[in-house]
Ligand binder design. Structure first.
Ligand code: SF4
Ligand code: SF4
Length: 109
């Protein structure tokens, strides 16, 4: 069985191919209840607002969340772990969504 160690993965922090195919770049939603919105420097660095004013985590050129540091599938770190928004807290290692993300990134499942 694969080792679902998030610190050696990061797959679910990448905008999925399905979204990208549809030009969809709003991967992780940030709601007004998420504490990170109270930190202007973090908002500036990691959050984007769409035309409707809804907040999402910023993605880098590689379609990864801008807060994800390190090498995917090797050693990763979330720079805003303590303040990560609700969708990030809901993902469970070994869940269907986790396995889908890992499969897409070529990691063992
Ligand atoms: S895809 Fe699964 S194992 Fe990888 S970081 Fe997300 S929850 Fe953790
Ligand atoms: S905030 Fe952290 S846990 Fe959430 S997608 Fe970005 S790197 Fe992953």
């Amino acid at each position: 069985m694969a080792d679902y160690d998030c610190t050696r993965c990061g797959a679910c922090c990448v905008n999925p191919l399905e979204n990208r195919a549809e030009g969809y770049t709003e991967y992780v939603t940030v709601t007004p209840r998420d504490a990170l919105l109270k930190h202007p420097k973090i908002v500036e660095r990691y959050v984007v607002f769409n035309d409707d004013g809804h907040a999402h985590l910023k993605l880098d050129a590689g379609h990864r969340c801008a807060a994800l540091k390190g090498g995917l599938g090797r050693k990763v770190r979330c720079e805003i772990y303590a303040l990560r928004p609700a969708p990030c807290r809901r993902v469970e290692a070994g869940s269907e969504g986790c396995l889908r993300a890992r499969r897409e990134q070529g990691l063992p499942i």
